[in-house]
Write a protein that binds this ligand. Sequence first.
Ligand code: PLP
Length: 458
Amino acid sequence: MKSLNQYWQQRDLQHVWHPCTQMKDHEANIPLIPIQRGKGVWLYDFEGKAYLDAISSWWVNLFGHAHPYIQSRIQSQLSELEHVLLAGFTHRPVIELSEQLVRITPKGLEKCFYTDNGSSAVEAAIKMSFHFWKNHHQPQKKKFVCLSNSYHGETLGALSVGNVSLYKETYGPLLFEVITAPSPDAFLAPKDVDIITYTRQQFEKIKILLEKDADCIAAVIIEPLVQCAGNMRMYHPLYLTLLRECTEKLGIHFIADEIAVGFGRTGTLFACEQAGIVPDFLCLSKGLTGGFLPLAVVMTTSTIYQAFYDDYHTQRAFLHSHSYTGNPLACSAALATIELFEKNAVIKNNQAHIQYMKTHTEKWRNYPYVADVRQTGMILAVELMAEPHSQTPFAWQRRVGLQMYREGLQRGILLRPLGDVIYLMPPYVISETELSFLIDQVDQCLQQVALNIQSECA
Ligand SMILES: Cc1ncc(COP(=O)(O)O)c(C=O)c1O
């Protein structure tokens, strides 16, 4: 007799091909978890087992699952209009959302171009940057600069400007070439160099590359403050400030990809605020709709917009589109999300969570195999390594992160480690009791996995 969970697992495996997954793992090794419903930070399977969603379902969920206010805003929009194409037509939610986005993002970003996922926003920003220079009679400005260990999505353009080999290498022959600068990753800073000096040193390296090829470079693309998919590596905001000054001086666009870090993840509403910068392009998605519906936006300046604005016959327009661009339901979810930030003083109130996470995870630094515990705002990461002192990673075949994942599931928490990096990125509605539960469970997982490793080595 099959359990309810098994029933859904088996039906799923007949036809569903899951993202970022070796499907064979699900047949034996790693049972698929069918989720029936969610409430707040909790997800429930078909047999009622609860999992605390410690990673906000791939970083999208800000205010918990099934949030009643976001639900109600989507429902009332649903009774009026589900969708209309955004070419030649418009609607209230997209107009209001654009006004709100311009109001809350760094000053100077005045135009909103919508897509429906993060990767497609990155594609649009790259195309816009190239096209801007073309419209300005500089078609040779077509190179893009990215950082080592960066991640900007999975479509071919986004993958080209990313640098995580796990996702990129296989498709190398399909991708365009980019200039890759060493990242300012604080974890890689030599122990005897202070963070400011190190940040300046890393900046000098990209500056040399930018100066050398400024005539051919369209834009630099960067994830402000945290390289999330690149194992939650973090760096100092000074790097962004210096880089922005430099790109402005050299006539190179600055694309800030805040798809993962936007909407409060780094402690401020947008990470760029911590560096006091305004990019030429700001890409947002994930938290934009509170995790309810797919939506993304490229925000840009009037200067960029004007390069495309002309009589039709000049053929300068940005002829890029997606069928679901600016979907009214998704825009309503985004409007509700922005309202919740303000109504509940979320950025201010998150400070207590940030401090709690910091205080209660400090001891992990002394645990076996912990090479680093780092935090930027609401993102806390723990890096496990075979030899923390020499920063020697575990052989990837050992899948230490997977052991943490399994231990977490047994204890009712959903972690999805990046390699051997465990991180907490919970919805902001998490209570102190829930946060305490989460940290206790991760603590137990860390201890259990360390024991497993020690017994494997014995
Ligand atoms: C910084 C960054 N950019 C782009 C993307 C791609 O977004 P999506 O998965 O919606 O295509 C991601 C996804 O994790 C991301 O972290």
